[in-house]
Design a protein around this ligand. Structure first.
Ligand SMILES: [Zn+2]
Ligand SMILES: [Zn+2]
Length: 168
């Protein structure tokens, strides 16, 4: 779904005077992704934050072993924004690891509480990834993509978002 569907949704929203953020659930993740909202991610202690606006580039979950270790959970849930749409404040420490497919991932975390608030992947220049949990927002849009879906997913984990591209 792309420009056309979004444009027609925008027209409908204008006609009905519906705030564009009030997208019904069935409208699909990509449509929600196009919605312009400013959101603030922050670490557990609040020292390090990332204020994100503009169009969401991608929302994904990842079941890889490194993501399990980084998050302490069964999978990671991440959003990407263009670099210029993210404003970072506070002190960060960095840790770089080599991903399962050879890319370098550089995590920036709060040196006081340890929460990762943003990270970059060298194969995705111009883009910043934010762990969605840092927004502490249960209504954050669902993922479009699920990585290491068949190879590393815990067998009891189901991702029910639609549409969902399953990769790996
Ligand atoms: Zn902190
Ligand atoms: Zn991963």
């Amino acid at each position: 779904m792309a420009g056309e569907a979004q444009a027609s949704f925008r027209r409908a929203a204008e006609l009905n005077k519906v705030p564009i953020c009030a997208v019904p659930d069935k409208a699909g993740a990509e449509l929600k992704g196009a919605v312009m909202i400013t959101r603030r991610a922050e670490c557990s202690c609040g020292q390090l934050s990332a204020v994100c606006s503009g169009e969401i580039v991608r929302i994904s979950v990842c079941h890889c072993l490194d993501c399990k270790r980084r998050t302490g959970s069964a999978f990671s849930y991440n959003v990407r924004f263009k670099e210029g749409d993210v404003s970072i404040q506070g002190r960060a420490a960095d840790f770089t690891r080599i991903g399962e497919q050879g890319g370098r991932v550089s995590y920036s975390f709060c040196p006081d509480c340890g929460t990762t608030v943003h990270y970059r992947i060298d194969t995705q220049p111009g883009v910043i990834a934010i762990p969605v949990g840092a927004f502490a927002d249960p209504s954050f849009p669902p993922p479009f993509q699920s990585f290491y879906h068949d190879s590393r997913r815990c067998e009891w984990v189901e991702i029910s978002a639609e549409p969902l591209a399953k990769i790996g």
